[in-house]
Design a binder for this molecule. Structure first.
Ligand code: SF4
Length: 274
């Protein structure tokens, strides 16, 4: 358990786990699985007192960015997400304001369920959500489906369109892996294509295993990662693409600037969802 008191005024961001832990994908190395036993069994069950206490405490200690994550897919727990966003709106009136407020998603429900999208995305935007963090393994939807362990992945351009229609920003979380984006050339093609079809920014990191550690077997070749880093720097794309590789990516977590509220109520700096 991380003690906020030790790091007063040094926090930057807070990530909270919300929702049941159900997921519509079956990624083989899902780091959420070990945490699901602590998640509520039904959508709409949220410990709002705990979340309010943590939000206020973290805000007082400097946190201004909020991310909503889950041990499953957050869009499958829309009532819980709505309750948390209503809470953040209420806190904002009292001067406890987080911006940006981000929601992680694999995009599957957004692309497949128009009724859900039209009901919840505009509502969440009104309640203060600013950005969807969309995890993408490949711009080829067939490869994306394979990586997610599902039969069919929706068109990425449709997912983007639906998010844009709700006036939300979209950050693509690109997973670099030997089995998908594995070379600098592929990375350039992917990131430029995503820019063209409406992605506002990219955060890229190497694939992790179920312990939330870099998966050494599936990690792309070190030389390719170095080429990617060089290319981003030379193109002056730092504002569009953040490359989080190696120990560098964990620095802010280790320093305690980013905290995560886990489904069992633990507040810790050990999770690395960027
Ligand atoms: S989409 Fe996320 S939560 Fe669902 S199985 Fe994959 S990694 Fe786990």
């Amino acid at each position: 358990m991380y003690e906020i008191a030790e790091k007063r005024k040094e926090l930057k961001s807070l990530s909270i786990f919300v929702g049941t832990g159900k997921c519509n994908a079956k990624c083989p190395h899902c780091a959420g699985v070990p945490l699901r036993k602590y998640a509520p069994k039904e959508d709409g069950i949220v410990d709002l007192d705990l979340i309010e206490r943590i939000l206020v405490q973290c805000y007082k200690n400097g946190a201004r960015y909020l991310s909503i994550s889950s041990s499953g897919e957050p869009t499958l727990s829309p009532k819980s997400i709505t309750k948390v966003l209503r809470l953040t709106k209420k806190l904002k009136k009292n001067g406890v304001s987080f911006s940006p407020t981000n929601l992680y998603s694999n995009g599957i429900r957004i692309g497949q369920d128009e009724k859900f999208t039209k009901t919840y995305l505009p509502l969440w935007q009104q309640l203060g959500l600013t950005t969807i963090y969309l995890t993408i393994h490949d711009i080829d939807e067939r490869i994306n489906a394979q990586k997610y362990g599902i039969a069919k992945y929706p068109e990425i351009s449709l997912i983007i369109k639906r998010i844009e229609q709700a006036n939300l920003n979209i950050r693509a979380n690109l997973v670099l892996s030997k089995e998908s984006i594995n070379t600098c050339e592929k990375f350039i093609q992917t990131s430029m294509h995503l820019k063209k079809i409406g992605i506002n920014s990219i955060s890229a990191w190497v694939i992790r295993n179920s312990q939330d550690q870099v998966d050494k077997k599936l990690c792309p070749d070190k030389k390719e990662l170095e080429k990617i880093a060089k290319w981003i720097k030379n193109q002056n794309l730092d504002n569009y693409i953040r490359l989080l590789i190696g120990q560098e990516s964990r620095k802010t977590y280790k320093s305690g600037q980013k905290l995560t509220l886990f489904p069992d109520g633990t507040l810790s700096n050990t999770w690395c969802n960027n």
